[in-house]
Design a protein around this ligand. Structure first.
Ligand code: ATP
Length: 471
């Protein structure tokens, strides 16, 4: 008697497809949700330039360490802590160090991992995340677990703002339910650390007392902070005697911790490419350009274009030095990323507020590239569009800070035409001033252009010695 096994294969196949679907959607997981690290190795000594954030965080973490005392005093446990700040400043690192400090199991995930088009999937994942944190802590014999949710704004944006808002809202509601369910007498204490660059986007319910009621700001590091971070990332690297980390920290205003880590790495790669067994200051300085602009590119400008680029960069650099001695770090006509040439400035001290004169000087430096083209070549080119965008931004900063001839104005009530007219006034006045400065010094432009075409890159010191020998 023959048996027809086709229906069995068909049903088996259907079951397999269903199983795969469930696994893909996270409804059925073959392993826990989020990336699990037992107790992370990273501690607070791996983090530079964030002493305020570290002490605020430690203060909050002492709630976990002193949980018995807290329970006795009837204090409600701290459930959530929000780390806010720009990318790459060390938020993930702080969360890991927090787990290390409290001897907690650590689970990391990201807001985007919860969002699916299928209703209910996100909420399931939130439940699973909290459950795996508890299970894992028990399995590891730990009293606490830290859940880290990066990009919380994706999952925690104001309810009703998303197109498929039912799914988003259910996911967020589930997170609120899980956080409300954390109690002081739980066997496993759970602390949720979340990171975002946009705290303003979050649903107010998330920021309510008892949820993420503490915020720790994780800002870009200042000069001292950059020095600390550099020291951390060169610890395992052989440095030549000429390396001056203080000078590198000064030249990297605006760099995040992640930029500085990449800078130390790129400097080591430069040294290896040069077949040297020590990393020199030059390797670091070249790496700064690479981190800002990206890898050198193979674009080969024609010799006519190269001359124009050199004139343009020389214009920026000469005006920068004339307005503020020592402000040029280096200038180059080597194309990198989207830039055909580049001027890098460095300041003696980090600057956070500006006078009108300082902002006007910055605008003049922006305009100096195209002004030099006009003075030396008789016409301008498209190469200055980014410079103009920056100049317009700076002019608007003058206007909206109440430093323009319009006086103190309301951003909301002033007409765009009025703003535009004032931007044009500021920029044309400064363009005239910049052009006059360059006409008076046109012989220096030629000198700098000649050296730049020969060497491709000139350091600030070299530029200053050309200027000194010219006057
Ligand atoms: P994102 O917001 O993009 O997720 P993040 O703020 O979480 O970034 P991290 O992932 O912690 O940044 O940092 C990335 C890497 O940059 C770290 O692994 C580390 O090598 C380096 N780094 C960042 N900040 C610091 C810091 N303050 N001290 C030392 N290293 C840092």
């Amino acid at each position: 008697m023959s048996v027809n096994i086709f229906p069995l294969i068909f049903v088996g196949g259907l079951l397999y497809i269903f199983y795969k679907f469930m696994v893909n959607q996270g409804l059925l997981k073959t392993h826990g949700f989020g990336t699990l690290v037992r107790v992370p190795q990273e501690d607070f000594s791996c983090i530079g330039g964030q002493s305020t954030a570290i002490s605020e965080l430690k203060e909050a973490l002492d709630f976990i360490l002193d949980s018995d005392k807290i329970e006795k005093m009837g204090i409600r446990p701290l459930k959530g802590l929000l780390l806010t700040g720009p990318p790459g400043t060390g938020k993930t690192l702080l969360a890991k160090a927090a787990a290390n400090y409290t001897d907690s199991v650590f689970i990391a995930t990201s807001g985007s991992e919860f969002i699916e088009v299928y209703a209910g999937v996100g909420a399931q994942r939130v439940r699973k995340l909290f459950q795996s944190a508890r299970d894992r802590a028990k399995a590891e014999n730990k009293k606490s677990a830290i859940i880290f949710i990066d990009e919380i704004d994706i999952l925690g944006a104001r309810r009703g703002t998303h197109e498929s808002h039912m799914e988003y809202d259910q996911t967020l509601n589930q997170l609120l339910v899980e956080m409300d369910g954390i109690n002081a007498d739980d066997d496993v204490k759970i602390l949720v650390l979340a990171a975002t660059n946009r705290p303003d986007m979050l649903d107010p319910a998330l920021l309510r007392p008892g949820r993420f009621d503490r915020q720790v700001k994780v800002d870009l590091p200042d000069k001292e902070g950059r020095l600390q971070i550099l020291k951390i990332h060169v610890k395992n690297k052989p440095l030549a005697d000429d390396v001056d980390l203080d000078a590198i920290a000064r030249e990297t205003f605006g760099f995040s911790g992640a930029h500085l880590e990449s800078l130390a790495n790129e400097a080591a790669i430069n040294a290896m490419r040069n077949k040297s067994d020590k990393i020199t200051q030059k390797d670091f300085l070249q790496a700064i350009d690479k981190v800002i602009l990206g890898e050198k590119i193979d674009k080969k400008p024609s010799s006519e274009e190269l001359y124009r680029i050199a004139v343009h960069e020389a214009g920026h650099a000469i005006v920068s030095e004339m307005l503020e001695r020592g402000s040029v770090a280096n200038l180059t006509i080597v194309p990198r990323g989207n830039a055909m040439g580049f001027l890098r400035q460095s300041l003696e001290e980090d600057r956070y507020i500006y006078t009108r004169e300082q902002l006007e000087n910055q605008i003049m430096v922006c305009l100096a590239g195209s002004a030099a083209e006009k003075v030396i070549l008789g016409n301008k080119s498209t190469g200055a569009s980014n410079d103009f965008e920056k100049a317009v931004e700076l002019a608007k900063e003058i206007i909206f800070s109440g430093l323009s001839s319009l006086g103190i104005i309301s951003k909301d009530d002033i007409s765009p035409k009025k703003v535009n007219d004032e931007v044009t006034n500021i920029i044309s006045r400064l363009e005239k001033k910049t052009t006059e400065l360059l006409i008076d010094n046109h012989f220096v432009i030629h000198k700098v252009v000649d050296v730049l075409r020969e060497k491709e890159t000139i350091s600030g010191e070299e530029l200053r010695s050309i200027l000194n020998s010219s006057f």
